[in-house]
Design a protein around this ligand. Structure first.
Ligand SMILES: NC(=O)C1=CN([C@@H]2O[C@H](COP(=O)(O)OP(=O)(O)OC[C@H]3O[C@@H](n4cnc5c(N)ncnc54)[C@H](O)[C@@H]3O)[C@@H](O)[C@H]2O)C=CC1
Ligand SMILES: O=C(O)C(=O)Cc1ccc(O)cc1
Length: 317
C-alpha cells in the first residue's frame, strides 16, 4: 500500500476542487478517503434531499454541500458522478453549462458502455470524460455507510475512449491509487462483459434464490431464516443490495448479461439432468473443476497484491 493510503503522509492534492454528485456509500467513501489522504484541496457534494445534505455535513466529510448540481460543479477541476446510473442523463444535462473548461468528468458506475453514450453528448468541448469503476463496495447505502478504507487493495477499472487527454486519465488514476486502489484500463465493452460474469450475474442469482425462498409457505420461510447455513446467508447479504442501483445495472448492461445468462442457464440444465439421471461422475468432475478455480482465484489474489504493492512502494519511496 502507498504511504498516502496508510495515512502516513498527506499527498499533494491531485485536484483543486473535487465535486461528488451523489454522496451515498461510494461518494461518501471517496470524500472520506480523498480528505484523509489530502488528494483534493476542497470537496463539494451534491444531493437532492435536504435530509442527506444535513446528514453529510453532520458526518463532516465535505467542505460544502449543494442542492443544485450546477452550483456544486461550478469552479471544480474534477467532477465524479456517484449516483445510480439512471440519474446520469439528468445530471449531465444539469451540469453541462456550469462545467469549467478543462475539467475532468468521471464516474463510479458499475456498467461502463452506457457512460460515454449517456454523458458525452452533453459535455462542452475541452471537458475530459474518464469513466471509472472502483470494484469495491458493500450491500449498504447512504452517507453513513461509507468509509475511507473501502478501496484499499481493490481494483479500479478506467475506460477512457481513445484520444482522451492522457493527463486527465493520469490524474483520475492517481486519485484512485492515492485511495489505495490498483488501477487497470480497458475498453468499456470488455469491462461490461467481464463484470457481467463476475458481479452482475452473481447478484441476479442471489436476488432469484432469496426471492424463491420468500415465495415458499410461511412455515418453510421461517425455517429458511432459522437454519440459514453459509451459502444461503451469503446470498441474503448480496440480495440486500440497493434495489435502484441494481435495477439500473441490469437495464444498462442488458446485452452482456443476457449473453452470460444464456450460457449459465444451459449449464444449470446440464447439472439438473445429471442429478435427475444420477450421474455422480458428471457432478463430481464439475465440482472438482470449480474447486480448482476457487483455489486459483485465492492464489492469484494473494500474488497480485504483492507486485502491485511493491511497485507502488518503490515509486513512492
Ligand atoms: N454499492 C456498491 O457496492 C457499488 C456501487 N457502485 C456504483 O456507485 C454508484 C452509487 O452507488 P452507491 O453509492 O452504492 O449508492 P447510494 O444509494 O449509497 O448513493 C447514491 C446517491 O445518489 C443519490 N442520487 C440518486 N438519484 C440522484 C439524482 N437523480 N441526482 C443526484 N443524486 C442522486 C442518492 O440520493 C444517494 O445519495 C452507482 O452507480 C453504482 O453502480 C460502484 C461500486 C460499488
Ligand atoms: O457487496 C459486494 O459483495 C459487492 O459485490 C459490491 C459491489 C457492488 C457493485 C459493484 O459494481 C462493485 C462491487
Amino acid at each position: 500500500m502507498s504511504p498516502e493510503a496508510t495515512g502516513a503522509e498527506p499527498a499533494a492534492p491531485i485536484f483543486r476542487r473535487l465535486t461528488l454528485l451523489g454522496i451515498g456509500l461510494i461518494g461518501s467513501s471517496v470524500a472520506r478517503a480523498a480528505r484523509k489522504h489530502g488528494l483534493a484541496g476542497e470537496i463539494i457534494g451534491h444531493s437532492r434531499r435536504q435530509e442527506t445534505r444535513d446528514e453529510a455535513m453532520a458526518l463532516g466529510f465535505l467542505d460544502r454541500v449543494e442542492a443544485d448540481p450546477a452550483a456544486a460543479v461550478a469552479g471544480a477541476d474534477a467532477v465524479m458522478i456517484c449516483a445510480p446510473m439512471g440519474a446520469y442523463e439528468q445530471l449531465a444535462k444539469a451540469i453541462a453549462p456550469a462545467l469549467a473548461p478543462g475539467a475532468v468528468v468521471t464516474d463510479v458506475g458499475s456498467v461502463k458502455g452506457m457512460v460515454a453514450k449517456t454523458i458525452a453528448p452533453y459535455l462542452p468541448a475541452g471537458v475530459h470524460l474518464v469513466p471509472g469503476h472502483p470494484i469495491a463496495g458493500t450491500e449498504h447505502s447512504g452517507p453513513s455507510a461509507g468509509f475511507a478504507e473501502l478501496f484499499i487493495d481493490r481494483w479500479c477499472v478506467l475506460t477512457p475512449e481513445p484520444g482522451v487527454d492522457p493527463q486527465a486519465v493520469a490524474k483520475v488514476e492517481a486519485l484512485w491509487r492515492g485511495m489505495g486502489m490498483m488501477v487497470e484500463k480497458m475498453t468499456a465493452e470488455h469491462h461490461d462483459r467481464v463484470l457481467a460474469i463476475t458481479s452482475h450475474i452473481p447478484h441476479l442469482i442471489a436476488y432469484t434464490i432469496v426471492g424463491t425462498a420468500s415465495d415458499m409457505e410461511e412455515a418453510t420461510q421461517a425455517e429458511v431464516i432459522r437454519f440459514s447455513a453459509g451459502g444461503f446467508r451469503d446470498f441474503t447479504r448480496i440480495a440486500g443490495s440497493d434495489p435502484v442501483m441494481w435495477r439500473d445495472v441490469f437495464l444498462t448492461n442488458k446485452d452482456a448479461v443476457l449473453e452470460v445468462l444464456q450460457q449459465f442457464t444451459e449449464d444449470l440444465v446440464r447439472l439438473q439432468r445429471a442429478i435427475r439421471r444420477g450421474e455422480g461422475d458428471t457432478l463430481q468432475s464439475w465440482f472438482t473443476r470449480t474447486r480448482a478455480i476457487r483455489r486459483g482465484v485465492v492464489d492469484a489474489h494473494q500474488e497480485e497484491m504483492e507486485p502491485e504493492k511493491a511497485a507502488r512502494l518503490t515509486k513512492d519511496d
